[in-house]
Ligand binder design. Sequence first.
Ligand SMILES: C[S@@+](CC[C@H](N)C(=O)[O-])C[C@H]1O[C@@H](n2cnc3c(N)ncnc32)[C@H](O)[C@@H]1O
Length: 258
Amino acid sequence: MIKQIRIIGIGMGDPRHLTGEAVEALRTVDVFLVADKGKRSADLVAARQAICAAAIPTERSYRFVEVTDPQRGPDAERSPAAYGQGVRDWHAARVDAYADVIAGLAPHEETVGFLVWGDPAFYDSTIRIVDALRDRIDVDHDVVPGISAPQLLAARHRVPLNRIGASIHVTTGRRLVEEYDPSLGDVVVMLDGHLACRGLADRYPEVELLWGAYLGSPDELLVRGPLATVIDEVARVRAAAREQHGWVMDTYLLRQPG
Ligand SMILES: C[S@@+](CC[C@H](N)C(=O)[O-])C[C@H]1O[C@@H](n2cnc3c(N)ncnc32)[C@H](O)[C@@H]1O
């Protein structure tokens, strides 16, 4: 019967990103729950299995359970309110699916793990989903941090994310153009399927763009330069990489020059 849920940040897919605390936590898990997201699912599950194989001694037994992810409608044509409601409905359906799997665990399966890409604190719903599960099931839980995309982006470009004493604003591609203002300080953009920063290039041509894709993998790509100067190069590199891999994950920093 379940006693504990562990939400473990695993970094960007390289086992060397695991913290010592994450390694210890992985070694206590009996059942890892992984969302089955259809087409890309095999890659996502394989990446997580490789991390566990690297971190968990072979004599320790554990298993993976793939939980079919509920269908999520198209986000692009939704208003912000409809988008928020769509995500909440999707989370509720996920909670139902996880609760069903947990109800069917064997008596000796006491510790359930969720392996979160990067860090659970950055644009990830696992903590919210586990909170909702805990409204239904009496179970302890903890959260183990991991290395996130913004941290890796900063490390690869060898910069801090902020200017001295200034703010860092983290946002999504969806919100960027509407809310961008130099007074925000340095701006980190995630979840941007369309390089929204292009929409700022006329107004802020000198803003520096520090872009990174597939961070932490052997396919890592980095581009840096003034926004108006490098945006076409980034778009070209990004499109070619997407064509080659079938998907792309990128994060970037916009910083004021000087
Ligand atoms: C759902 S969020 C998950 C973020 C994750 N929890 C973290 O701590 O970085 C997905 C976004 O993270 C960023 N991301 C994830 N993996 C990445 C990678 N390997 N390289 C660059 N960006 C990545 C992208 O902006 C992507 O759209």
